[in-house]
Design a binder for this molecule. Structure first.
Ligand SMILES: Cc1ncc(COP(=O)(O)O)c(C=O)c1O
Length: 266
């Protein structure tokens, strides 16, 4: 099967050489904006470009809020933290994904529960999810408890694999019924809509990646999408070292990240 796919791709590209998954093309105002950024000396995360980028992503995806991050993995780590994921609970995800999805779950000191994907979407299967929740979990005080580990299942991270939307509306409905928060890994799916709604805007939060192999690249970068003002404010605070805004004092009220996207890349 794999050989067949590979041969088909080689036929299309007419080469036996290395074929990149994606090679970025730069044909717009990239150099002009980069020069402008260097000229102003605002190359870190204070300046107009990050804010503009966040606004443009909101306009395009329909998300109420977008918070730029240094990469998609950080976006996912922060989104999981906002959902309350920690060592006391577990996170459902799919085995067919890039390692970053699971790294983010492990960085939250949590553990993944792998639910299989559907063959036609390559995304988390609503049927397999339902079967798992029915047979392996119980509801206690509006919490979904894994019968095997006795831990709460706090979140579910479905992936829109290679930009192909999973059955996200069904997944959100199932998770809502079981008191599980959905964080969509839309790292690979900027530009993909499901039932006319952009991927990454169905769950409590979604994340995008702007790595060099993604639909749109900033070299490295990510974004948290959410309709929750509270999530967005906390996400911004966590990406900017938890610093309480002040002209000269450095007070930080939470252990946070230097996780904001720099101006020079946005
Ligand atoms: C499915 C998936 N999740 C998360 C990530 C992490 O994004 P980043 O590389 O920007 O950290 C990627 C991309 O690399 C990805 O493909």
């Amino acid at each position: 099967m794999f050989e067949k796919i590979l041969n088909k791709i080689r036929q299309i590209y007419k080469t036996e050489e290395f074929i990149p998954l994606h090679a970025p093309v730069f044909f717009g105002n990239e150099k002009k904006y980069l020069n402008e950024c260097i000229y102003t000396t605002f190359v870190s995360y204070v300046g107009k470009f990050v804010e503009l980028f966040e606004k443009n992503i909101c306009d395009y995806t329909g998300a109420k809020y977008a918070v730029a991050t240094v990469n998609g993995t950080t976006a996912l780590q922060i989104a999981l933290q906002l959902a309350g994921v920690d060592a006391e609970n577990e996170v459902i995800t799919q085995p067919l994904t890039f390692v970053a999805t699971v790294n983010a779950i492990k960085h939250a000191n949590s553990n993944p529960i792998f639910i299989d994907v559907d063959i036609d979407t390559a995304g988390l299967s609503p049927e397999k999810l339902t079967a798992f929740l029915k047979n392996k979990t119980k509801q206690v005080d509006n919490k979904c408890i894994n019968i095997n580990t006795n831990k709460q299942i706090k979140a579910c991270v479905p992936v829109h694999t290679f930009g192909f939307p999973c059955r996200i509306d069904d997944i959100v409905e199932i998770c809502n019924k079981h008191n599980i928060i959905v964080i969509e890994d839309a790292a690979e799916s900027l530009g993909s809509f499901y039932k006319e709604k952009h991927t990454g805007t169905f769950g409590a939060a979604g994340i995008l990646s702007f790595n060099g192999n993604k639909t749109l690249t900033t070299g490295g970068g990510g974004m948290i999408l959410t309709d929750s003002e509270e999530f967005a404010k906390k996400a911004k605070h966590l990406t900017t070292t938890g610093k309480i805004p002040h002209k000269w004092e450095f007070n930080h009220d939470v252990v946070a990240y230097n996780g904001c996207l720099p101006e020079k890349t946005s």
